[in-house]
Write a protein that binds this ligand. Structure first.
Ligand code: NDP
Length: 370
């Protein structure tokens, strides 16, 4: 059985001889929190596979610190308390976490539960007066996403989404080059995002918890990547679905979707989202004067790539460490990241996903207004 974690590690292994980079061996080994400015005190909700990765990466943060947990599994809470030195008063479950509003020692909650639960949990976090950080996809459709944005605005808290690639140095270098005109007019993006999913009983294949199939989970990387690599918002989408295993990928769970996006400057994107193939983590950007390739483009690292000018040599980072430090600056200092990581950014991806599903159903082109 292959998990998503296996996928991300396999992707790295298949393109690089460099060993898998984990939180303990990246370049930004900064030790414990040491910051001149305020430190973002974070409670993680959902102590699963990715929550664990974020917690480990946060050990190296200088501006963010794991101080609390919200979990439905008491044994995990006690393990995390011991491992991360979390006081009892900062531990909650899904029934009582609204009480976090009375806890002055927690600034933000990072929601890392199955997708279908993000909406309600983030709205409760906002109502408790805490900043919300939410994993991708932020919600299971654009309407729910917009409700989350509105709830956070109303509560006067920030809503940020775990778009870790927006802080990744090689990705940012390509964006810099594109903005500087080094590729000339950009006319094409290709995004390949996929892995072979294992255990048929997992929440990722349960529509109520996942909101959809590969598109929600991994295809979203090509959608988001197409937007930040081309630097425009798409104005139309077309999409085609294939399903070879309807027993495993039931109604509402997409196995494989090919989709195309059209951009106002004339560029097109051609993308693949799948739960049925490995070795798919690649971005290609082509302009009139040059090109960029990232492969792997979105795995945990090392991200590797080159342009028409040669190999990209920017530093290898632990994505989640950088993300959390940058999010502290966004929350406390209103720092503007090169590519936004807020709720509005996530709603755009969700509108595109809604339109891709619509295009699969009705065929032909669906117009987009983002
Ligand atoms: P896991 O299944 O490993 O963990 C999810 C956790 O959510 C569980 O361990 C559980 O924690 C909690 N949970 C609460 N209710 C449920 C429920 N009904 N069913 C299952 N779990 C529940 O998932 P991942 O950690 O892989 O994914 C979580 C989120 O993170 C998803 O939205 C996913 O898309 C995103 N993600 C993002 C990645 C990125 O690179 N940005 C990478 C991987 C995932 P507890 O027992 O503590 O309650």
């Amino acid at each position: 059985m292959k998990s998503r974690r296996d996928f991300l590690q396999t992707v790295v292994g298949s393109f690089a001889t460099i060993p898998f980079l984990n939180a303990d061996c990246a370049e930004n080994t900064k030790g414990s929190v040491q910051s001149d400015g305020p430190v973002l005190r974070v409670a993680i909700m959902g102590l699963g596979s990715y929550g664990t990765r974020v917690a480990e990466a946060m050990k190296m943060c200088t501006r963010a610190k794991l101080v609390g947990v919200i979990s439905g599994t008491p044994s995990k809470i006690s393990n995390w308390q011991a491992k991360y030195n979390i006081p009892e008063k900062n531990c909650y479950n899904y029934e009582n976490f609204d009480n976090i509003k009375n806890n002055p020692d927690i600034d933000a909650v990072y929601v890392i539960t199955p997708n279908g639960l993000h909406h309600d949990f983030v709205i409760r976090v906002a109502k408790a007066g805490k900043h919300a950080i939410c994993e991708k996809p932020m919600a299971v459709n654009a309407r729910e996403g917009q409700e989350m944005v509105d709830a956070c605005k109303k509560a006067g808290v920030k809503l940020l989404v775990g778009y870790r690639m927006h802080f990744e140095p090689k990705t940012l270098e390509i964006i810099r080059m594109r903005k500087a005109g080094e590729f000339g007019k950009v006319l094409f993006f290709e995004g390949l995002s996929g892995f072979q999913i294992g255990d048929p009983s997992q929440w990722r294949l349960n529509k109520a918890l996942s909101g959809g199939g590969a598109m929600m989970d991994i295809g979203i990387y090509s959608i988001n990547g197409g937007r930040y690599m081309i630097g425009e918002e798409p104005i139309w989408v077309t999409a085609q679905e294939t399903k070879n295993n309807p027993k495993k990928f039931k109604e509402g769970i997409d196995e494989t979707i090919l989709f195309q996006l059209g951009f106002p400057g004339g560029a097109t994107a051609s993308c693949l989202s799948t739960y049925s193939m490995n070795n798919l983590d690649r971005f290609f950007l082509n302009g009139e004067n040059g090109y960029a390739i990232l492969q792997p483009a979105t795995g945990y690292g090392p991200i590797m790539g080159r342009t028409h000018k040669g190999e990209l040599t920017q530093p290898i980072t632990t994505h989640q460490t950088v993300q959390m430090d940058e999010m502290a600056a966004i929350i406390f200092e209103n720092k503007k990241p090169v590519v936004p990581v807020d709720g509005d950014e996530a709603v755009k991806d969700l509108k595109i996903i809604d339109s891709i599903y619509e295009a699969v159903k009705k065929g032909g082109r669906v117009e987009l207004k983002l």
